[in-house]
Design a protein around this ligand. Sequence first.
Ligand code: NAD
Length: 310
Amino acid sequence: MYKISIIGAGNVGGLAALRLISERIGEVVLVDKLKGLAEAKMLDLKDSQALTKQDYYVKGTDDITQIKDSEIVIITAGLARQPGMSREDLLIKNAQITQEIAGNIKKFCTSSIVIVVSNPVDILTYLTFKITGFKPHKVFGMGISLDAARFANLIAEELNLSPNLVETVVVGSHGEGMLPLPRLTKIRGVDLDKFLDAEKISQVVKMTVERGAQIVSLLGSGSAYFAPSAAIADIVKAIVKDEKRLIGVSCYLNGEYNLKDIYLGLPARIGRSGIEQIIPPELNSEEEAVLNKSVKKLREHIEVIRKFID
Ligand code: NAD
């Protein structure tokens, strides 16, 4: 069984653990630096075994050394967004936390695949890549597959059909700079504009971009965790089962769209070795302009956290 460590046993980490163990994707080590939290979640999860008639392979601890030799490490540690707080506001605090965690991953899990979830995800994935020194195909971020799922759900609601029939593409940075691509969105192979007019499409795109903030504002404290944990489990499953499936992840660019040394969300084939192929969709000039705008912002943010790398 794969050893999968989740660092950060909060809302996203705890629920990701449940999904991974109940789908038997691997055995999970849940770690949180808050004393007792991960252990409490482990006990609670184990207490459900007799009810669900399943065996749960899960450990909960505040001892980071327990991640040793994990095949996959997922970083969900950090602060969640509060109402009125942008993902970027979290930058410094979460960079500090990620710096410490990435150092431990480098020390204890020399050959693991690392999936970064904490926000701002594209920046923290870059930081994790730099600190671990792992190969780029083994360090990537979860973000735009969640955005694509939200886009699919909103289209499905608009058309009153199942989200399973909707195939969406979202690229770019996870957050306000994301770029949903209705032009490449299909419903059972048929272009979206056969179903919705331009005005409706741009409304749904706007709702997709704002979905995270909408949930933050309604929750009053913290951010989304049901769909994010499902997006994590989806990626981990693709690795463990060597599916080589196309999933949008934040990946290290080396020439795609003439961009280098940055992490950005693009569709990639995910399998046992992590990212097996990046498949950047062709963009028109308008889309490229949106992408370049968020790249500029990401580069500025990288400069803000550069002190944690050097
Ligand atoms: P949460 O506050 O419920 O949990 C975070 C946990 O991290 C806390 O339990 C905290 O004690 C722990 N933690 C802090 N520093 C730590 C350290 N050094 N080592 C171990 N644990 C540590 O937050 P959440 O809702 O679970 O969200 C977690 C992160 O995921 C946030 O940064 C959030 O913005 C991000 N997130 C990202 C996406 C995405 O699409 N990429 C989606 C949802 C949430």
